[in-house]
Design a protein around this ligand. Structure first.
Ligand code: PHE
Length: 332
């Protein structure tokens, strides 16, 4: 037994087979065990002799098994090391790392600026009820100003929001003043695509409601915002305007960077780019949300993100944002 066992063990070249051999000889039903079990049948003189012999054989086989296991494990390790060897002198493979989209870069900056002024960031649905997008904002069904926002209707009462202003209403319904929020997101209008218009774009809504909020708070906040974004020397101007949900209302322009006069694609030669709509929240809008306009006042504004980013990075065509051309995106 000893000799065949050792012979087989030496020939054995993998750990699993080795384990099987171990069981075959040393296991409960193994050959050696079988002999030991029959010891009782032997004469008293033979017993110690055979017993000793069997123990020697057992020890020898055990030793051999342990040795073989160690050898085979070592061999396996060496093979693994060889297979996994890395040649650190080989030239590396270049791979492209993803980048933030320019709209995301600036959106993040804008959020930071307003977070710094104590605003919360909230969001609202893109598929919106007519009530929130128009009605509660003082734009009843027959209001002519609805025409200025070419709306994608889904049903008679649901639509793709044309502005982020519905989030004002949703916020005022849920929170009590003081309220100080911005709400960034996508908006939709059925405009034809050209260098300055896209049927989907982004706005950032702002809303502040508290006791004693005035137009000068609005001006101060927007000036902080624009200077934070474009630098201290950037210039803005307020133009009187009309929005049904604010009174008084204004449009705010930033000076054009790209201006080469008449042919300028961004400002059409006017020297200014419109980036914001704003005003004091209309008392009717406050009332629609259960806020007493005698006690509270507020201001609101809406920023067109694409315009702001175009001004920021000297981009003169809005379509670049949505075409996913790597040559464009790689620059940021
Ligand atoms: N929602 C307006 C628009 O899309 C912008 C705006 C927001 C104006 C808030 C005033 C107050 O044109």
């Amino acid at each position: 037994i000893k000799n065949t066992a050792i012979e087989k063990l030496e020939a054995c070249s993998d750990l699993k087979a080795l384990d099987e051999l171990k069981v075959k000889y040393l296991g409960k039903k193994g050959e050696l065990t079988a002999i030991l079990k029959q010891m009782g049948k032997l004469s008293p003189e033979e017993r110690p002799v055979i017993g000793q012999l069997a123990n020697e054989v057992r020890a020898k086989i055990e030793e051999e098994v342990t040795q073989r296991i160690a050898q085979l494990k070592e061999k396996q390790l060496q093979e693994q090391l060889k297979a996994e060897k890395i040649d650190v002198t080989m030239p590396g493979k270049k791979f492209d790392v993803g980048k933030k989209h320019p709209l995301t870069i600036v959106m993040d900056e804008i959020k930071e600026i307003f977070l710094g002024m104590g605003f919360d960031v909230v969001s609202g649905p893109e598929v919106e009820l007519d009530y929130y997008n128009f009605e509660a904002l003082n734009l009843p069904k027959d209001h002519p100003a609805r025409d200025t926002q070419d709306t994608f209707y889904i049903t008679e009462n649901t639509l793709l929001r044309t502005q982020t202003s519905p989030v004002q209403i949703r916020t005022m319904e849920k929170r009590k003043p003081p309220i100080r929020i911005i709400s960034p997101g996508r908006v939709y209008r059925s405009d034809a695509l050209d260098a300055t218009h896209s049927p989907v774009f982004h706005q950032i809504e702002g809303l502040v409601v508290d006791k004693g909020v005035t137009m000068s708070d609005l001006k101060g906040t927007l000036e902080m915002f624009i200077k934070g974004l474009y630098g201290e020397d950037s210039q803005i101007r307020f133009r009187p305007h009309h929005f049904p949900f604010t009174e008084p209302s204004a449009e705010i322009d930033v000076m054009c960077f790209n201006c080469h006069g008449e042919g300028c694609r961004l400002c059409k030669g006017e020297g200014w780019i419109e980036v914001l709509g704003a005003g004091m929240v209309h008392p009717k809008v406050l009332l629609n949300c259960g806020i007493d306009p005698e006690e509270y006042s507020g201001f609101a504004f809406g920023v067109g993100l694409e315009r702001v980013v175009m001004r920021r990075f000297n981009i003169d065509d809005i379509r670049m944002f949505f075409e996913n051309d790597m040559r464009f995106l790689d620059q940021f």
